[in-house]
Design a protein around this ligand. Structure first.
Ligand SMILES: Cc1cc2nc3c(=O)[nH]c(=O)nc-3n(C[C@H](O)[C@H](O)[C@H](O)COP(=O)(O)O)c2cc1C
Length: 506
């Protein structure tokens, strides 16, 4: 089910008891963020602040929209995002058997996707109200942490175009309000909009930018998705929502914007202008990212729909709402990564790793050094290149169980043999790196070691046969009614075929 507005999504949440309306006056400065943080950390409801306090109280503010797996799935028009992953896997199988990038380029022409390409329409609700001399102070833009440099837009869809190819990009980059019509553009070094900015700078041209807020939440998610440059985020949104995204031309920029967005900010970045100081900002890492220099946008218009809702999030010490956006990416991009690396059985980004700091992988290991081959491959693939710690397990490890991963990794790793440290680009937000965006990454091979890899006789984990376990669990439940599920049940049971203790190499 595609949503025609953010309000339509909010109505669905409200009907299902997933939305709380906050009628009390709450301040966009710190108070909203603190309340939403609490809701996110407890898997609580989405919040609609109906009375933002202060002069900027013109629009209601929606927060914690993506705060649980269920709501994020609903936001992507499905019951669980594994459904989309299965569909994507099937679609990739039907694509001609070329390389992964050719397949990706072919996708828009295939099956259901062919009709999901964004559609240009003549008019849209996002332009029901047009302000050509706007004042950003009238919007309820949040300050989320005490030492932030000011108010920031935190859930924007930043739309830019490659000046050479004309291909659109939509990225989620926070934007700091520096004046009534001035925004600092925090597109980081490795991101697509930064490449576009470099292109405009080389040509000596002003860069048109549009920032959409709200509309169908699938569009908001897609802005955060790590699609390769050249693959349109709004095509992905069309695929997820089962209906093409409708676009209208901006009122002051030659860019298309989502017709059903709640709000659109338009303007130009002049690459010849000096950079401005951006930040500090309480960030995904749970720490403040330090102030740094970024380009700025001169706003030329703000357009919005009647009854617009302003969407926002707060990032910070995990777990927070953005964890669920990360889980959606983990599930939806696994089929794509498996095309490149068929040995991957599963992938997990634990909340504590704040996405770039930690990735667990389980693999079907076929040869000595297989885990290392995968690590190097991933460190050369798009935004995976910024992953600071990669831990590779055998296929029988449930990598979504952090406790099990700690047990297996600590037991299976010899520090001298099984750790590799490489140097290269790291996430811009990594404050531990010795230089800006450049540092070390560690790979941990937690698989069982074959003899060729220096493994001696390798023991099996202790597990009972499944049938015996089931009988004893039933008996225990009778003896101790209401007992919680036993912890050992989370230890994987080897499949029946391999249920004979093995020795040495796999
Ligand atoms: C809530 C949220 C805020 C984000 N803020 C930024 C940001 O300020 N700057 C940035 O470069 N990336 C930020 N990201 C990550 C990008 O959105 C992500 O890397 C995306 O894939 C970039 O798109 P691109 O590959 O089209 O550049 C943020 C992600 C989320 C979920």
């Amino acid at each position: 089910m595609a949503y025609r507005s953010l309000r339509e999504f909010l109505e669905r949440l409200e009907k299902s008891g997933e939305l709380v309306r906050v009628k009390d006056p709450v301040d966009p400065v710190l108070e909203m963020a603190a309340l939403a943080d609490r809701a996110a950390k407890q898997g609580g409801p989405a919040l609609l602040f109906e009375s933002p306090r202060g002069a900027s109280g013109s629009l209601p503010v929606a927060m914690n929209l993506f705060g649980t797996r269920r709501r994020t799935s609903w936001a992507l028009s499905c019951e669980d995002f594994e459904d989309h992953a299965a569909e994507l896997r099937a679609l990739l199988r039907t694509a001609p058997p070329q390389g992964i990038w050719e397949k990706l380029r072919m996708l828009p022409k295939l099956g259901k996707l062919a009709s999901m390409a964004p559609k240009r329409v003549g008019s849209g609700a996002c332009q029901e109200i047009v302000e050509r001399d706007p004042d950003l102070a009238k919007l309820p833009i949040l300050t989320t942490w005490p030492h932030d440099g000011g108010p920031f837009l935190t859930l924007p869809q930043v739309i830019t175009r490659d000046p050479e190819t004309g291909i659109r990009n939509v990225g989620m980059y926070r934007l700091q309000v520096l004046g009534p019509r001035k925004l600092a553009m925090h597109w980081q070094l490795h991101k697509t909009a930064t490449a576009h900015y470099r292109g405009y700078k080389k040509r000596g041209e002003r860069m048109p930018v549009a920032i959409a807020l709200g509309g169908d939440p699938a569009l908001t998610y897609c802005a955060s998705a790590p699609l390769p440059p050249g693959v349109d985020e709004y095509l992905m949104a069309g695929f997820l929502r089962g209906e093409a995204v409708r676009l209208v031309r901006g009122v002051t920029v030659e860019l298309e914007v989502p017709a059903d967005a709640d709000l659109v900010i338009e303007g130009f970045v002049d690459p010849a202008a000096s950079l401005v100081r951006e930040g500090p900002f309480g960030d995904h890492t749970g720490y403040y990212s330090l102030a740094d220099d970024y380009p700025f946008l001169e706003v030329t218009a703000v357009t919005r729909r009647q009854g617009a809702v302003y969407p926002a999030t707060v990032v910070g010490p995990p777990p927070m709402e953005d964890y669920w956006l990360g889980v959606a990416t983990e599930r939806l991009f696994l089929p794509l990564l498996q095309m490149l690396f068929p040995e991957i059985a599963d992938m997990a980004f634990p909340a504590e790793g704040c996405f770039h700091n930690l990735c667990f992988l389980s693999i079907r290991k076929d040869y000595p050094g297989h885990a290392r081959k995968l690590m190097h491959g991933l460190w050369g693939s798009g935004q995976m290149a910024n992953t600071k710690t990669l831990v590779v397990f055998d296929e029988d490890v449930d990598i979504h169980d952090f406790s099990q991963c700690a047990w297996r990794a600590l037991a299976n790793v010899d520090a001298k043999r099984d750790l590799i440290v490489v140097e290269g680009p790291v996430d811009v937000l990594d404050h531990a790196a010795p230089a800006f965006a450049l540092g070390a990454k560690v790979g941990v091979d937690a698989t069982r070691k074959w003899q060729e890899e220096g493994g001696r006789e390798w023991p099996e984990p202790c597990v009972h046969a499944p049938e015996l376990l089931a009988r004893m669990d039933a008996l225990y439940q009778r003896l101790v009614p209401g007992a919680a599920s036993p912890r050992r049940a989370r230890i994987p049971v080897p499949p029946a075929a391999s249920w004979t203790p093995r020795k040495g190499t796999a």
